[in-house]
Design a protein around this ligand. Structure first.
Ligand code: ZN
Ligand code: ZN
Length: 270
C-alpha cells in the first residue's frame, strides 16, 4: 500500500468535522510514513461569509503542535486552493501562498465562475460535449492564472457532478482538451494528483481515471501525488492499494511528496 497520503482535510475545512489530531492518529494507525494536511481555501464563492476561508495563523500553530505529537508521521503543511481564471482571485491566491510556509498546495477547480459545480452551475445548461470542453479550458486558464500550486487536484472533478446520463469525463472523448491541460502542467513543472475519493463518490475508481494518468505519463509527466481527500478519519489512505495499482498500471515507477513546495521522488515499491 502507498504509505503517503497527500490530501487530508480536518475541521479547519468547513465540510469536515474531524480534528487534526484524529487525522494524524488515523495516519499512524494505518502505518503511513507521511501525510499532507490540505484544508480548503476558496476565494471564489460569492456568498458571505466565505465558507472556505480559515485562520491560517491558527491552522499553522495547530499543525505544528499536533505534528510534534506524532513524530513517526512526517507531515507537510498544505492547503487545497480553489483556483479560477480571474486576475483578482489570482492575486489573492498568490498573496496567500506567499504568506505562509506551505510545503504543498493542491490547486483544484471546484466551481465555474463562482458557481459551485456540485450545485447548479451555468455549465449544466450546455450539452455534455460543450460543458466538458469548457470546463477543461476553464481549468487550463485557471492553472495559468494561478501558478502558486504544486499539483492539480482531482482533475476530472466534473465527472462527479455533470447531470448527464454518463457524467464521466472520458479521455477518448476529450483527448485534445485534456492533453492541453496535461501539457501545460508538465511544461510549467506542476504535478497531477491521483485522488481515491472517486471510489467513495461512485466513480468506480481513482480520479483522474487511468486513461488520463497514462496520457500524463506518455506526454512526459513525472510529478504524481496520491491523496485520499479524507474528510473523515476512516477515509485516510482509503483505497490506497487500488491507487498503487492505478499508478503502476499507468507506467509510473515513483510518486512524490512535497517539502517547501519542492517534489521529492519516492521509488515504488515502497
Ligand atoms: Zn477538492
Ligand atoms: Zn479535498
Amino acid at each position: 500500500m502507498i504509505p503517503f497520503d497527500c490530501h487530508i482535510h480536518t475541521s479547519y475545512s468547513s465540510d469536515a468535522e474531524c480534528s487534526m489530531e484524529e487525522q494524524f492518529r488515523a495516519a499512524k494507525a494505518r502505518g503511513l510514513r507521511e501525510i499532507a494536511i490540505t484544508d480548503h481555501v476558496d476565494y471564489m464563492y460569492p456568498a458571505e461569509p466565505y465558507p472556505y476561508q480559515i485562520d491560517y495563523g491558527a491552522y499553522g500553530r495547530e499543525f505544528r503542535r499536533v505534528a510534534a505529537e506524532f513524530p513517526g508521521v512526517r507531515a507537510a503543511f498544505g492547503a487545497e486552493i480553489g483556483l479560477g481564471p480571474g486576475a483578482e482571485i489570482a492575486a489573492e491566491i498568490a498573496r496567500f501562498a506567499q504568506a505562509y510556509p506551505f510545503d504543498f498546495i493542491i490547486g483544484s477547480i471546484h466551481d465555474y465562475y463562482g458557481g459551485e459545480l456540485h450545485r447548479d452551475s451555468a455549465l449544466w445548461r450546455r450539452d455534455k460535449r460543450e460543458a466538458y470542453a469548457e470546463y477543461l479550458d476553464y481549468a487550463l486558464r485557471s492553472f495559468r492564472a494561478c501558478p502558486a500550486f504544486s499539483v492539480a487536484g482531482h482533475l476530472d472533478y466534473i465527472s462527479r457532478y455533470g447531470p448527464y446520463p454518463d457524467p464521466s469525463l472520458r479521455y477518448s472523448e476529450f483527448k485534445a482538451e485534456t492533453d492541453a491541460v496535461l501539457r501545460f502542467l508538465i511544461d510549467s513543472g506542476k504535478g497531477l494528483e491521483v485522488n481515491t475519493s472517486g471510489f467513495r463518490y461512485g466513480l468506480g475508481g481513482v480520479y483522474p481515471q487511468p486513461e488520463i494518468l497514462s496520457a500524463y505519463k506518455r506526454l512526459g509527466g513525472e510529478i504524481l501525488t496520491v491523496g485520499s481527500d479524507a474528510h473523515r478519519s476512516r477515509d485516510v489512505a482509503a483505497d490506497f492499494d487500488a491507487a498503487e495499482r492505478a499508478v503502476r498500471g499507468a507506467g509510473f515507477d515513483k510518486i512524490c511528496v512535497f517539502r517547501r513546495m519542492i517534489p521529492e521522488f519516492i521509488l515504488i515499491p515502497f
